[in-house]
Design a protein around this ligand. Structure first.
Ligand code: MSP
Length: 512
């Protein structure tokens, strides 16, 4: 496959430190991007920070610093987290960059030219935390006479001159788009929710603000800055070169293959964003995948509960690959998922340390001990070919799962394959074949070859560990792609370095 692949995360508000929900989205998106590269697709992976809007302005004011200072400080923390998670992003966009101002102003001009922007005055409820407008009918009563958005955030009444986007004119075109592109919204249940939302009728959207100035100036409209979501969504095209839409970069990668986002911002991505793009004469993205939310021991994380999981603390204790693996395997992509230390330690110990790590270590140690680290020639029997066939079949199923971004299913296939190989190894009991070295050699090399295949397809999930296995198997750097996992074999005569354990086990009790 050589079709280009463009994938993005949502861009987070850098109004505070990144939490584990942000880390989760980064990890999952990275695994999908790495899988596309493994398939040989030219891939572009964009992440970044969403730095404008009243929430940023208010947080900065409360801290006594400027919004730009707040954005600089926290954007760096998101970038640092991305690096610690071993993200393979090709770019990191900040919406305060000049390239992005130019891009946002250009999409605005195009929507205006198309007759979809008009001047008016907005009056209604706004939630700063969500950076979103709400209808009276959507609100509930909170403590002390407060009005709350469906997200639980407090809303306030806003009244100001504003430009509007003619969203109401797009309902039919959006519904036709959903109909013609059944893969546009994933998972399916989200699609139904959006279809009924649009069928319920769309109102025009207020897209500029005049009561603060922390935003991208509306072209030729002094006093107006863009509503933060206009500028936020536009990052996805800025990231591939817009407004230069004739550039090779843009022509190659737009429309994006997948926007990975959380379920709370699906309306912005599947209703507003395609409507803006249609208005500007730009193709909508191919797919929006909404993942679920991460909870901590079954509870919603919040600053007030003091139970927000700090991704850096997890990385400090467990290291990058175990953290990546846990979330990829534990959470069904598209559903909510839960973090707990117990689950984390169990998954890590069972799947990585015992299943993957032991299999590799045992077979490789026996190759060192009995064959001086040189791969012997094999004489495969039916049982040996069967486990290799199982490996290629499992990898085929992983490919299918990844084509639909079902990362957890791909991870489960990998673990099942390793489980089957452990069983093969135990049943063939190579340690008891000291008087039949050709047979012992065949079993060890067959096992090592399945480890090779498994390590190749594990690269998107646990890149560092997978590279260690492949190094231990002396697999050249140019033979680590999907085609090599499905074909090839470990060549006899290859010298292998003495193996070292790759994964370790963790304790249920946190070390003092
Ligand atoms: N700035 C907007 C997105 C603009 S995209 C053009 C925003 N920022 S955010 O910081 O609030 O959220 C960033 C991403 O993290 C979103 O996709 C959101 O759904 C996700 N998550 C926030 N909390 C989360 C969890 N607890 N669990 C999983 N993901 C969560 O929204």
């Amino acid at each position: 496959m050589t079709e280009p692949f463009y994938i993005t995360t949502a861009i987070a508000y850098p109004n505070g430190d990144p939490h584990v929900g942000h880390a989760y989205e980064m990890i999952a998106t990275d695994a999908i991007a790495r899988w596309a590269r493994l398939e040989g697709r030219p891939t572009w992976f964009l992440t970044g920070t969403d730095e404008h809007g009243i929430k940023m302005a208010q947080t900065a004011a409360a801290l006594g610093i400027t919004a730009k200072e707040l954005a600089d400080r926290n954007s760096a923390r998101f970038r640092e987290l991305a690096a610690r998670l071993n993200l393979s992003n090709d770019d990191f966009i900040r919406t305060t960059e000049t390239r992005h101002r130019d891009s946002s102003q250009e999409i605005w001009r195009r929507m205006l030219k198309n007759g979809d922007i008009y001047e008016g005055a907005y009056e209604g409820w706004y939630s700063v935390r969500d950076e979103a407008y709400f209808d009276e009918s959507e609100l509930t009563d909170g403590e002390g006479g407060k009005k709350l958005a469906p997200t639980g955030a407090e809303v306030s009444w806003v009244r100001e001159p504003s430009y509007f986007f003619r969203l109401s004119a797009y309902a039919e075109r959006l519904l036709a788009h959903f109909e013609a592109h059944p893969d546009f919204i994933a998972p399916d249940e989200r699609r139904n929710e959006i279809v009924s939302f649009v069928k319920g009728g769309l109102r025009d959207l207020s897209i500029s603000r005049t009561t603060f100035d922390w935003g991208i100036p509306v072209p030729d409209a002094p006093g107006h800055v863009m509503y933060v979501w206009i500028d936020a969504l536009t990052n996805y095209i800025t990231g591939v070169g817009f407004p230069d839409d004739q550039s090779v970069q843009f022509q190659t990668f737009w429309p994006a293959n997948v926007h990975v986002i959380g379920k709370d911002i699906i309306r912005f991505h599947t209703v507003y964003w395609p409507a803006f793009l249609m208005s500007a004469g730009i193709a909508p993205p191919r797919r929006v995948f909404a993942h679920g939310f991460i909870t901590n021991e079954g509870k919603k994380m919040s600053k007030s509960l003091g139970n927000v999981v700090d991704p850096h603390a997890l990385l400090d204790e467990f290291g990058t690959d175990p953290v990546r693996y846990f979330f990829l395997r534990e959470v069904s992509f598209g559903q909510d998922g839960d973090y707990s230390r117990e689950k984390f330690v169990n998954r890590n110990n069972a799947d990585l340390a015992n299943n993957f790590g032991n299999l590799a270590q045992r077979s490789l140690a026996m190759i060192q001990k009995n064959f001086g680290g040189v791969l012997p020639t094999t004489v495969p029997e039916a049982v040996d070919s069967a486990i290799v066939d199982e490996a290629t079949a499992a990898i085929g199923r992983m490919q299918t799962a990844m084509a639909g971004q079902l990362v957890h299913e791909a991870a489960a296939e990998l673990v099942a394959l390793l489980g089957a190989t452990n069983l093969y190894f135990a049943e063939q009991a190579p340690w008891g074949l000291k008087d039949n070295l050709p047979r012992m050699g065949t079993i060890l090399v067959t096992t090592a070859d399945v480890v090779r295949r498994a390590a190749i397809v594990a690269q998107p999930l646990v890149p560092e560990a997978a590279a260690k296995f492949l190094d231990a198997l002396a697999v050249p750097a140019d033979q680590r792609s999907l085609v090599h996992a499905l074909g090839n074999a470990l060549p006899a005569g290859t010298h292998l370095p003495p193996p070292n354990p790759v994964f370790k086990k963790f304790e249920q009790m946190k070390p003092a």
